[in-house]
Design a protein around this ligand. Structure first.
Ligand code: IMP
Length: 180
């Protein structure tokens, strides 16, 4: 285990098992359809790569970079799209893939931006859902692997100051690392 990590929350094996289950559910729910699966970078890149290989559908993949900021009410105005998708999603079934839903501000804004392009449907798939009182949006995940508490977690794509993304597990970061 990395010395900055306090404890492991989910092992590589637990993550793989959860993704297999979610992948099967997405496959079953979209029989005969060809969804566009959109990963929100950077945090979702590891999850996205395992998830799409557990989905047995003819699908398209794309990525978006969005940064949220401020505490204002949720709207596309609070999110900056740094890299947009190239895919035309009009009339298509869209699944947004996120690493962690915290306040849900980012996802609410991304959903609003993508909705304006008239897809047939939009669903949300998140690796982690933070059980927090800080949720500012009613946007909820349609698919999720795990709930987590209000701690700062890293690994399997999730970072603190761009570090720890390459850990094979999800762990709680020691407080002393981010509280100086
Ligand atoms: P939201 O808009 O508050 O839901 O923020 C979601 C984004 O915040 C995620 O995509 C992560 O990049 C980041 N984030 C929130 N909580 C954590 C955490 O515990 N570890 C790492 N990143 C986090």
């Amino acid at each position: 285990m990395h010395s900055d990590v306090e404890s492991i929350l989910f092992t590589e094996e637990q993550i793989a098992e959860a993704i297999k289950t979610i992948g099967k559910r997405i496959t079953d729910d979209h029989t005969g359809k060809s969804p566009v699966i959109i990963g929100i970078l950077k945090g979702s890149f590891v999850f996205m790569s395992d998830l799409v290989r557990s989905i047995e559908l003819d699908c398209e993949l794309d990525f978006m970079v969005a940064k949220s900021y401020g505490n204002a009410a949720v709207s596309s105005g609070t999110v900056n799209v740094l890299k947009d998708i190239d895919t035309d999603i009009a009339g298509k079934d869209v699944i947004i893939v996120e690493d962690i839903l915290d306040t849900a501000r980012t996802l609410a804004a991304v959903k609003e931006i993508l909705s304006a392009r008239k897809p047939a449907s939009i669903q949300i798939c998140t690796l982690l859902d933070k059980v927090t009182t800080k949720k500012v949006s009613v946007v909820r995940a349609d698919y999720k692997c795990f709930d987590v508490g209000d701690e700062f977690v890293v690994g399997y794509g999730l970072d603190y100051a761009e570090r720890y993304r390459n850990l094979r597990y999800i762990g709680i970061l020691k407080r002393e690392i981010y509280e100086h």
